[in-house]
Write a protein that binds this ligand. Structure first.
Ligand code: UPG
Length: 469
């Protein structure tokens, strides 16, 4: 592996690019050797030793101070991890470039949220975007239009690591400029390395920034919360992870656990297959990581310089477009929790976690259940119930292109409790769905819901018979 990596580095001629690439490959090599060592030791989590975190390790949101000092905001920067593609929704570009509401993308909404924060409090919180080689261009295209505005937006690229052949354990690319499909961004845990190597960490510290609020670019609920920031300052907590009560919808992601007295992150990708159902249930694991993280920047610099940010390796097996079986070694940002002093979880209300992981999530966010206020999603006051409807769109709606084709217009769902749609179904314009609606087109059949149709407590099945529920 080392020789192969040297060969990749030597394929670069520009000295500066070569140096940066060499650093990147060294970090990759370090991760790879750790992976080999763990593999050799068959180091695995002992499932029976996993416990829920102790009550004093998770602070309830209601216990946080209600008064906050605006000065702390001047020491804050906001960062969105934005290196991932929307592949699970069939997208080939950056997920954050998807239009989610009122013709605005995730990124546009984030910009509005921070502009509002800055004007309301007369502060200067900058927005930082971590991109990857996959998302950089999309991101620059969107933020270009904010170039002449007051909000400062900084972008930096995360690492690009070579995919590894599953059999030979050698890197897939033959040169530094080899095809995109032979490389991968190594997870959002790469944030800390990339912040340091890009010089952005030093730049923030030089500007007097002390706190960094990190979140997923697909979580529109992740707005700056002054109560959490104030708690961070008061408790001198170097790292905070916002967790929320786990629901059955929370399957793709991670939870906080107590493992031999240490609080640490457990991602679904680390769970042995025989325990995945247990992980998905809400019995053993009662909280979920929102990936809204608050990091003390001085402490981060200390950890990076003194001990290095070693994070649990997540092994992600994949098959490339050319059919090659590869392995990707990734890390998750929340795993950094064990490196910091006074680190803790805060159990936050659900409105701080509105992830868009599927087209079912997208339908909800685009619908009349939510409206926008300064880039923030707020539940429509006309919604009678405190909860949002459960939406289950079948495989025909999995990819974004299909979703857009199958909904000529997003239906009105303000009075909906539950929607299940399976099979080849198309929705016309101005459709209203109320109560529980189930639409099932059987194999070989197609259902077209006509324009203006109102479905209330209806089961609509293959032969278009309507049954009252
Ligand atoms: N991302 C990067 N670089 C990468 C991979 C992802 O910036 O190499 C970004 C991505 O753009 C997105 C965010 O990270 O904004 C989340 O990525 P994703 O791969 O969708 O992670 P999840 O499976 O959603 O899991 C994360 C946390 C998990 C948490 C969950 C909450 O790992 O612990 O429960 O987010 O949604």
């Amino acid at each position: 592996m080392r020789n192969e990596l040297n060969r990749l580095v030597n394929s670069v001629s520009d000295p500066e690019t070569k140096k940066a690439f060499d650093t990147e490959m060294q970090s990759f090599f370090y991760l790879f050797t750790r992976y080999l060592a763990e593999k050799a030791q068959s180091k695995e989590l002992d499932w029976d030793r996993i416990k829920s975190p102790a009550a004093d390790q998770i602070v309830p949101y209601d216990d946080l101070p209600t008064k906050s000092d605006v000065h702390a905001l001047n020491k804050l920067a906001v960062l969105k991890v934005n290196g991932g593609l929307g592949t699970s929704m069939g997208m080939t570009g950056a997920k954050s470039a998807l239009e989610v509401k009122d013709d605005m993308t995730f990124l546009d909404l984030t910009v509005r949220q921070i502009e509002h924060l800055n004007t309301t409090h007369r502060v200067d919180v900058p927005l930082i975007l971590m991109t990857s080689f996959n998302t950089h261009e999309d991101t620059l295209r969107i933020i270009k239009k904010y170039a002449n505005q007051q909000l400062r937006i900084t972008t930096f690229n995360q690492s690009r690591y070579p995919r590894i052949d599953k059999e030979t354990l050698l890197p897939l690319p033959g040169s530094a400029t080899d095809n995109k499909s032979k490389w991968y961004p190594p997870g959002h845990g790469d944030l800390y390395n990339a912040l340091m190597h890009s010089g952005v960490l030093d730049q923030l510290l030089a500007e007097g920034k002390e706190y960094l609020f990190v979140s997923n670019s697909d979580n529109l609920g992740a707005v700056v919360d002054q109560r959490i920031l104030q708690h961070m300052v008061d408790a001198n907590a170097e790292f905070i992870m916002e967790v929320t009560d786990k629901t059955k919808a929370d399957v793709k992601g991670g939870t906080l656990i107590d493992y031999e007295g240490n609080v640490q992150l457990l991602e679904i990708a680390q769970v042995p297959s025989e325990h995945t159902e247990e992980f998905k249930s809400v019995r053993k694991f009662k909280i979920f990581n929102t990936n809204n993280l608050w990091v003390n920047l001085k402490a981060l610099k200390r950890v990076m310089e003194n001990e290095g940010m070693e994070l649990e390796i997540i092994v992600n097996p994949k098959v490339t477009e050319d059919g090659a079986s590869v392995v990707q070694l990734e890390t998750a940002a929340g795993a950094a929790i064990r490196h910091f002093k006074n680190a803790r979880g805060i159990n936050v209300p659900r409105n701080r976690f509105l992830p868009v992981k599927s087209c079912s999530d997208l339908l909800l966010i685009k619908s009349d259940i939510y409206s926008l206020e300064h880039g923030q999603l707020v539940i429509n006051p006309n919604r009678m119930f405190g909860t949002t409807p459960v939406i289950k769109l079948g495989d025909h709606f999995k990819k974004i292109a299909q979703f857009q084709k199958r909904f000529k217009k997003i239906p009105k769902i303000i009075e909906l409790d539950h929607l299940t749609v399976t099979g080849d179904v198309y929705f016309g314009r101005n459709v209203t769905l109320r109560g529980t609606v189930i639409v099932v087109a059987n194999e070989g059949q197609r259902i077209d819901i006509p324009d203006g149709c109102v479905l209330e407590n209806r089961l609509l099945s293959g032969n278009l018979t309507m049954t009252e529920l």
